[in-house]
Design a protein around this ligand. Sequence first.
Ligand SMILES: [Zn+2]
Length: 217
Amino acid sequence: MSALNPTAMEQGLQTCHGCGLLSRPAAGAEEGRCPRCDEDLHFRKPGSLEKTLAYLIAAAVCYIPANILPVMTTTTAGGSESDTIMQGVVLLWSPTGWPLSLIVLFASIMIPSAKILALLYLVITVKRGSIKNNAQRVRLYRTVEIIGRWSMVDVFVDTFTVALIQLQPLMAVTPGPGLFFFAAVVVLTMLAVESFDPRLIWDSANAKEIQDEVQNA
Ligand SMILES: [Zn+2]
């Protein structure tokens, strides 16, 4: 047990994700159930790194068609035009429309890729047993978590844009296949954030502390 920062896991205690109760598993049982709300208890989210990595790879794969395929098709009397997210950003760029254009650029292109890269960095550093920049890495995870809650903003912006265009007579907008992949990226990155257990960041440092103590004893 590390002297400075003993973790609940080292003390044999488990937190319930359902009700927050801290309890000790019954004698003989490895990981128990919450005595208060009967939720399954784990010291760490099971298969956290593997699940996070799987969701990240799937998100990265979907990110490509999300950007290459058209997200919407605009039909007017003059014909129809299909636009990708990036073409939409360019299309929206005007003296009055630039804030909307920037929101779409950030929400659809920059934030999803930043989220995938940040989580990938966290998975790799934990897997390699890094003990450096722990506090910063936890802060990075929290930031990704907070931003994730706003990912859906883009869907609202797109809907709003479509509604505005629809108001013009003789014009119709239909969603393109890119939108399906974009929605998949949003959902998959959310699942990746949910699967990652930030407590893993501290486990390597604690394990090293214990090792040092054993060696010094
Ligand atoms: Zn509980």
